[in-house]
Design a protein around this ligand. Structure first.
Ligand code: HMG
Length: 445
């Protein structure tokens, strides 16, 4: 059977940075610890006035193609996953291809292009499409370019404003990949939910507290489905578990739930029982409320055990490092978590070849997907090539007035033209509007 997976990855962050415990908390009159400790965020990345989903996606893809020495003919498919699209007909992938054709010889006329939408899970769904296309043998030896790109902005004053972010992840999907091979096995948890949606509007309508519960419920459903397909798994089967990360505090909750679920009826539950008792079983309770209270009590105790804390520090914490500095990138978020984990491994001389990852994707509306990945021999070279730390470091730190202006400049309902705060260099920029209302782009050396 063909080995198919992610051959290479590149990350492109918005060029601005909003300091959450500093600039944002001060304006909101909040304790900075709500951001750093509660949500787990230090900063949001923001797009400058010349940046958008196309520029960030094309910039990530440009870096990726240059680094891998690719030409347009090597790419048979370009899929963009986004929930920030500005056109209901013409897909963002056509704009991205147009940008890339400005800087590469040749064109993408024979590449199949599309756009995937299902909130944040669309990035993983695009990986899926590319995987299936290659496994079906329809790729003619070519690779697929998958780009997850979003400007995850919320309306001013919405509780979600603290979790904003902007950036893109470009991934090359191919046979015999250099980074990770994707499992055939998948688990899904999917239901018609109204926790977060954008009914023909730019900023989401969000029921934040409910969205947290829906994330957990669908993720658990997906895990059960995955286990049905793949058989028994243990918490030690995976070196890292990158999850969709709207903010690190969300993953803190999801990881605890996953750990409880996976360790039920295992030796680990028996060993932990000496300190914290066994997990409450529903059949032992007369009413639901008492059962839920008992579960909450068990989770609190589990969270405090050395065993859980050690697992969390090794398996989950390293997946959150980049997210803490950038906020939610919607479709790119789980792919940032994977990169963050592998970067941690490279920096700590952990040999990852042959190790497994448990990947949990999620999109509001709602759907979760679980699959596993096996890290490949050349992973180290691929991860070392990332320059994400330099990009994060180079961001321009905006003050409150800048923030208010830049948020307005990206608000589709406002007509605000502001001077950029940074100077583009070696990147694509938004270059105004065309005669049919299309957006135009140019490469700046
Ligand atoms: P909020 O009401 O502003 O915050 O909204 P909070 O009061 O719930 O506080 C957040 C955490 O900080 C809590 O931790 C507090 O206790 C803690 P928790 O109890 O939940 O563990 N906290 C503090 N900790 C230490 N010191 C302090 C302090 N103060 C408070 N002084 C909410 C939070 C998540 C609702 C909001 O940010 C929101 O609406 N976010 C947008 C929706 C979202 O991100 N949902 C996540 C799940 S849905 C999802 O992931 C999909 C999504 O990516 C979209 C898509 O799929 O397209 C969003």
């Amino acid at each position: 059977m063909k080995s198919v997976g992610i051959d290479a990855v590149e990350i492109w962050t918005g060029n601005l940075k909003l300091d959450l415990p500093g600039t944002f908390a001060e304006q909101m009159g909040d304790d900075p610890a709500k951001y750093t400790k509660g949500l787990g965020l230090n900063a949001s990345s923001f797009p400058d006035s010349y940046e958008d989903i196309v520029t960030m996606g094309a910039n990530a893809a440009h870096r990726l193609m240059e680094r891998k020495g690719l030409e347009p003919d090597d790419i048979g498919r370009i899929d963009v996953a986004t929930e920030s699209a500005f056109d209901n007909s013409k897909p963002v992938s056509t704009y991205v291809a147009g940008c890339l054709e400005q800087v590469f010889e040749g064109d993408f006329h024979h590449a199949n292009k599309g756009e995937r939408k299902f909130a944040c899970i669309a990035g993983t769904q695009s990986l899926d499409d590319a995987y299936n296309w290659i496994r079906a043998g329809r790729n003619r030896g070519r690779a697929a370019l998958v780009i997850a790109t979003d400007t995850a902005l919320y309306a001013r004053g919405d509780a979600g404003e603290a979790t904003q972010g902007a950036g893109a992840v470009a991934m090359l999907i191919s046979e015999d990949p250099d980074l990770v091979e994707l499992s055939t096995e998948q688990g899904f948890g999917s239901a018609d939910e109204t926790d977060f949606l954008k009914p023909n509007q730019q900023f989401p309508s969000v029921d934040g507290k409910r969205s947290v519960q829906v994330y957990l419920a669908r993720m658990r459903e997906a895990l059960v489905d995955y286990q049905r397909e793949a058989g028994t798994i243990t918490v030690d089967d995976f070196r890292y578990a990158p999850f969709h990360t709207p903010f690190p505090g969300m993953v803190r909750k999801a990881a605890l739930l996953a750990y409880r679920h996976i360790t039920r009826d295992t030796e680990i539950e028996d060993e932990l029982a000496e300190d914290i008792g066994r997990q409450p079983r529903e059949e032992a309770f007369d009413d639901e409320e008492a059962f839920h209270d008992a579960i909450r009590e068990y989770m609190d105790a589990l969270k405090g055990t050395d065993r859980y804390q050690e697992w969390y520090a090794n398996t989950i914490e390293p997946t959150l490092t980049i997210s803490r500095e950038v906020g939610n990138w919607y479709t790119g978020s789980v792919h940032v978590a994977r990169a963050s984990a592998l970067k941690h491994a490279a920096e700590n001389d952990i040999d990852m070849a042959g190790e497994a990852l448990l990947v949990g994707s999620y999109g509001s509306g709602a759907q979760a997907e679980i699959h596993t990945e096996v890290v490949q021999e050349n992973w180290h070279e691929e991860i070392e090539a990332l320059n994400v730390d330099d990009q994060l470091e180079a961001r321009y730190d905006i003050n409150w007035e800048d923030y208010e202006e830049i948020h307005d400049a990206h608000n589709h309902e406002m007509d605000v033209d502001i001077e950029p705060l940074t100077t583009p260099e070696g990147e694509f920029v938004f270059d105004g509007w065309g005669r049919m209302g299309e957006r135009k782009y140019r490469f700046v050396d």
